[in-house]
Design a protein around this ligand. Structure first.
Ligand SMILES: CC(C)(COP(=O)(O)OP(=O)(O)OC[C@H]1O[C@@H](n2cnc3c(N)ncnc32)[C@H](O)[C@@H]1OP(=O)(O)O)[C@@H](O)C(=O)NCCC(=O)NCCS
Length: 212
């Protein structure tokens, strides 16, 4: 596949929202909110415009990745700015062809070149350990409650960026989306059937698991 990885432009916005909706539909719960997250993220102060990439094949957008600023807070309350990605989406019919990995690898390289210190995300370890992510627990990075979620993963971009402290991971408040507004936004898309699929239970189990 002759895939072009390039920055998202304004004329791509709706197409990216459509693809995000297709990628996440019924994945975590019946329906999804990620297309609304993408919609509001672009105007948020923490959004990293230069890290917003699409994968294009023959003029069609088949994948997208977006980043925001995030922070690690140490025992003294000092903050270190890092970055976080999500959502990352590939159109279902183009998944398992290496597109998601291309987007992740491409943006990790750019982040490292731009002297970003590291990346912390929430995600399925299966998708990200192959790109160098480790459990955030391994770097003594907890969530803001001092807990170590199973799916909280970290990648150092600068040597020892995460060593020497106990950290708390603070992500952008853009991720705290208003579900009612997301539901209203969804009405502007073609109606899609909300239904159960087993991934909802798999994620529900994983999201409630904590490491010691
Ligand atoms: C998660 C997601 C972005 C991954 O994108 P993707 O394009 O499917 O990812 P890749 O193709 O790079 O890798 C997926 C698998 O396909 C395999 N693969 C890659 N190219 C392949 C090929 N040509 N033939 C067969 N398999 C291939 C990879 O080895 C990988 O296998 P693994 O799961 O056993 O490690 C995509 O599945 C998606 O949009 N999912 C829904 C939304 C989501 O969950 N997003 C992440 C949470 S924020």
């Amino acid at each position: 596949m002759d895939i072009l990885i390039r920055n998202e432009t304004e004329k791509d916005f709706r197409e990216v929202e459509e693809l995000t909706r297709q990628a996440f539909w019924n994945l975590y719960f019946p329906g999804c909110n990620e297309h609304y997250l993408v919609h509001v993220m672009r105007n948020h102060k923490d959004f990293l415009n230069e890290m917003d990439f699409v994968a294009e094949l023959d003029g069609k957008i088949i994948g997208n990745i977006m980043y925001t600023k995030a922070w690690l807070v140490n025992e003294d309350g000092e903050e270190k700015e890092i970055i976080c990605f999500g959502p990352v989406s590939v159109l279902p019919e183009f998944q398992h062809k290496g597109v998601g990995s291309m987007l992740i690898r491409h943006t990790i390289n750019i982040a490292a070149k731009n002297n970003k210190k590291g990346i912390v995300i929430f995600g399925d370890p299966h998708n990200y350990c192959k790109h160098g992510f480790k459990s955030a627990r391994d770097y003594n990075i907890s969530d803001m409650n001092g807990e170590f979620p199973y799916g909280m993963l970290a990648l150092e971009l600068e040597g020892n960026a995460f060593s020497g402290h106990n950290w708390k991971f603070k992500y952008s408040d853009v991720y705290n989306i208003d579900e009612k507004e997301a539901g209203e936004f969804d009405k502007s898309f073609t109606r899609k059937e909300k239904s159960y699929q087993p991934s909802q239970d798999i994620f529900s189990i994983a999201f409630r698991a904590y490491l010691k």
